[in-house]
Design a binder for this molecule. Sequence first.
Ligand code: NAP
Length: 305
Amino acid sequence: MDEIFDLMIIGGGPAGYTAALYGARAGLSVGLLEKLAPGGQMGTTDMVDNYPGFPEGVNGFELAMKMKAGAERFGAKTISAEAIALELSGDIKTLKTSRETYTARTVILATGAQPRELGLPGERELRGRGISYCATCDGMFYRGKTVAVVGGGNTAVADALYLSRICEKVYLIHRRDKLRAPQVQQQNLEKAGNVEFIWDSTVKELLSEQRLSGLIAENKHTLERRELRCDGVFVAVGQVPETGLFKGQVELDGSGYVVAGEDCRTSIPGVFAAGDLRAKPLRQIVTAASDGAVAATAAQEFLDM
Ligand code: NAP
């Protein structure tokens, strides 16, 4: 492709599409690479309750489509392709994708994060046969059944609440006796009536025949092991950043997050990081959107220099 974009964004979650909106509204030519559906992790969230402006909450995919439409209204171009190799150091950055190679003067990295695995034997083999990382994607397969959710953060609690409306019974297995998610969320789960909390416990074993049939949870204080029969296990134990492609080019911290301050500037001039892949204290849709605005503005300033 001959066109050199002013700004190329990798990733179409809330950070990426907010950056696209700000970049395009500032008059930059903007391309956005998205390998799957828009929205990133937000796109698979049933109900987002804490993004301002939606008093009744909003479906994550619907919000993603609105963000995409908002950016495209000002001329941002979505390119459905996966970035597979990057050359970021020069004045003109090169982005090789599954379709073709693109060039840009500035780049915003907004590839987000992916669910972390439990790391148990059989976990990968049982994916799609009882193990899931996305309640809103797969919850319907477990209508009227018994499932377990592992984790104590916002994702685990949102998943457990969502599944409590579909499933007969939901176990919430958390390694401590206090949720990381806000207290009000625990009250919502208690109100559901069919959620049983398994505190201070970790999953030691996944049980299966043709597909997952249960798990063994161990209490970390008593070391008592309990077998829980269930049809599905929804793993919600945090995320790992999607930064493998940038390794060796952009500075990453010990956990693999891109090192970039509140101005979103990375270790490479003209390359910015926005959203969940950036090392920062709070990963929310609203902070991803905020990063997108900051990063696009920084890119514009860089181009004006
Ligand atoms: P998270 O906040 O990092 O929580 C991960 C949970 O999994 C924690 O409770 C953690 O336990 C537990 N955990 C981690 N590793 C584990 C392991 N190996 N075995 C068992 N348990 C393990 O992750 P998240 O819930 O996916 O959320 C990620 C970010 O997205 C957060 O900033 C969150 O606030 C945000 N988020 C926001 C919304 C929303 O606003 N609607 C929805 C979803 C996520 P400990 O508590 O003991 O560390």
